[in-house]
Design a protein around this ligand. Structure first.
Ligand code: GLU
Length: 360
């Protein structure tokens, strides 16, 4: 089977301390991507660096608020970034195309399929997609947490085998990475539970990008559970991409892919939490059944309460008897109808198994 990989490159990897684009570094990564591409690996690039590189280009007239600063810098920086990529890939005979996405572009199944179609048609025609969040028009509060989240969504949407997140650190450490006593965690298997790994992660964020190791870890777990191998590695290590794909033993943190791959609809639902329109509360029996090994749908008989106004086909959260969210799903009924059938038997499922994502 053909390998299809999402490579996410963080701002810290692409920019120098003064914020200007580190062209030597970009060029080294493009060389590797081109080499892999020529050997038959399909690559989708998710690249940050717009805001960081725009900052070094324009001097704002007055002090800007966060939103205006992001809008101004990304609008300028994205042009620099994509032009540079385009020139570098052209030297290898590779055509690249730009996709600027907002979170809303994934908000309904129709939007999601449209995004998927766009990337598929590019790949089919040997055009390398270079994706970034459209920071200039993204609305505060409705944005992706960072490009790590966006890259996870793209990897699952495009049925990739791997997601490689390149940062300025080798991976997740057992403590503060600058402390010599801390060790790099080489492998994380999500089926072994969380193993206190979250406690090991340093919460400090990078100075240029929005993400931190905590979001990387959470995204990586979720994507690995959906059947995709995720690797966090240092983008500044030479030959890192070629070595990782060639399965060489290089310092990195690898998340083992779960053997049970979710279907594409479930994948969309798994990443749709931000669009939830309401809550469906369930009793203990229903919660146990949903969390169990067997594939079950959510029936009206297990429902105790409906909160919020939603339409049929909207995304809703599923809350257990203790008030804890256990999953999300696409409801078959609107909130009014769902309210009418609470506790009833012999009714069609409120959320069919195919439209259900349970967080285990
Ligand atoms: N989209 C932002 C940029 O290009 C980066 C977001 C992030 O840090 O993940 O600058």
């Amino acid at each position: 089977m053909k390998e299809r990989v999402v490579v996410k490159i963080g701002s810290q990897v692409l920019t120098r301390k003064d914020g200007t684009l580190d062209v030597t570094q970009m060029s080294a990564l493009v060389d590797q991507i081109a080499e892999l591409n020529k050997s038959g690996v399909e690559i989708i690039l998710v690249s940050s660096g717009a805001v960081a590189s725009g900052k070094s280009e324009v001097k704002a007239k007055a002090k800007l608020d966060t939103v205006s600063a992001r809008q101004l810098y990304s609008s300028v920086g994205q042009v620099k970034l994509i032009n540079r990529y385009s020139d570098l890939f052209r030297q290898h005979g590779i055509v690249c195309g730009q996709i600027l996405a907002t979170k809303e572009d994934f908000s309904t199944r129709r939007h999601y399929l449209n995004q998927r179609n766009c990337m598929s048609v590019m790949l089919d025609n040997k055009v390398m997609p270079i994706v970034n969040e459209n920071d200039a028009i993204s609305v505060n509060g409705l944005m992706f947490t960072d490009n790590d989240e966006l890259s996870g969504l793209v990897a699952t949407m495009m049925g990739c085998n791997k997601l490689i997140i390149l940062s300025n650190i080798n991976g997740i450490y057992t403590g503060n990475p600058s402390d010599p006593a801390s060790e790099l965690i080489r492998e994380i298997d999500t089926k072994n539970g969380k193993n206190n790994i979250e406690d090991c992660i340093q919460t400090s964020k990078s100075s240029t990008g929005r993400g931190g190791m905590t979001t990387k870890y959470n995204i990586a777990r979720k994507v690995a559970e959906e059947g995709i191998e995720v690797i966090i590695a240092n983008g500044r290590t030479s030959h890192i991409l070629v070595d990782l794909i060639g399965k060489k033993d290089v310092p990195s943190t690898r998340f083992v892919a779960s053997p049970k791959a979710a279907n594409s609809l479930k994948k969309w639902i798994a990443h749709s939490e931000g669009f939830a329109k309401g809550e469906i509360h369930v009793n203990q029996g229903a919660s146990e059944a949903l969390l169990g090994e067997k594939a079950v749908s959510l029936l009206p008989i297990g429902i105790t309460k409906i909160i919020g106004n939603f339409e049929a086909d909207d995304i809703v959260r599923i809350i257990d008897h203790l008030g804890k969210q256990i999953g999300i799903g696409r409801t078959a009924y609107n909130s009014e109808k769902a309210n009418e059938i609470i506790g009833k038997s012999n009714k069609k499922a409120v959320i069919h198994y195919d439209y259900l994502y349970i967080e285990k």
